[in-house]
Design a protein around this ligand. Structure first.
Ligand code: CDP
Length: 246
């Protein structure tokens, strides 16, 4: 028997979890949570719990994988066996391999790889608890873990999905919206607004995609603000924090 809700949005425009259609779930981040990694970040977004760890830059072995003029950035997205309702079989899957590839590419324009020729920068994103939107949650955590590791970057990357339920576009899909909705469009972008990841599942018109991208831009603005507040907390001076509070 399907547990698909009859309606996802009520007559006041409120979703099942109490959000408006253009509202993201509450997000909290904490940087520097792992002492053995060069950089790390723990992120909660709604009921998603994600840990990102960065190792490097360090020498890449085997040497035949080295890139003479730049570092290789490797991104591994992994779901813990206990992160979902049905246990996930440990080890890579087609899904996690695909997510790892496109998520790593989402950082291409920002990571200044030319400073570390022949080196490798490893990004591990571990999903501890999944509740829809884990690839975007992992990207949001990985950005901060990269900064925490001292990797030079041109800016931050933020990610958020938009989808469609009850004929309306909704930002940052929750689990029922992801499971039973008509579309899922995860997007990552730089602070300049350049889109570095865009995937689509389901059916949307060109107009809906364009409107969805604008909704994601608004969502990513909020995520950049959360990321910057975390950076200030970790690296800022007391004076700077006072300015932020004023
Ligand atoms: O997590 P994300 O939205 O990036 O990816 P998805 O493939 O659209 O999966 C949506 C959600 O389905 C995940 O966040 C998990 O909660 C759940 N899922 C699951 O229960 N078992 C899987 N093997 C994959 C996903």
């Amino acid at each position: 028997m399907s547990d698909k809700p009859e309606k996802f949005i009520d007559e006041n425009g409120i979703r099942l979890d109490g959000r408006r259609v253009d509202e993201i779930r509450p997000m909290t981040v904490e940087m520097g949570v792992l002492t053995r990694a060069d950089g790390s970040c723990y992120l909660e977004w709604g009921n998603n719990k994600v840990l990102a760890a960065v190792y490097g830059p360090r020498e890449l072995h085997p040497r035949r994988l080295q890139r003479p003029g730049e570092a290789l950035v490797r991104y591994r997205y992994n779901m813990a066996a206990f992160s979902v309702e049905d246990r996930i079989r440990p080890g890579p899957s087609r899904r996690s391999t695909e997510i790892s590839k496109v998520s790593g590419e989402a950082f291409e324009p920002v990571v200044m790889k030319q400073f570390y020729p022949s080196a490798v920068i490893d990004v591990f994103a571990e999903v501890l608890q999944a509740d829809a939107g884990t690839r975007t949650a992992a990207i949001n955590a990985a950005t901060l873990a990269l900064v925490d590791a001292g990797i030079p970057m041109k800016g931050l990357v933020a990610a958020c999905a938009v989808g469609k339920v009850d004929g309306q576009l909704v930002l940052d899909l929750n689990k029922p919206e992801d499971n039973y909705g008509d579309a899922d469009l995860p997007i990552a972008m730089t602070e300049d607004g350049d889109i570095t990841l865009l995937q689509m599942d389901g059916n949307l018109t060109v107009e809906e995609v364009n409107k969805g991208i604008e909704m994601v831009r608004e969502g990513c603005e909020q995520i950049f603000a959360i990321q910057k507040a975390a950076l200030l907390e970790r690296f800022g001076t007391a004076e700077e924090e006072e300015v932020l509070e004023d």
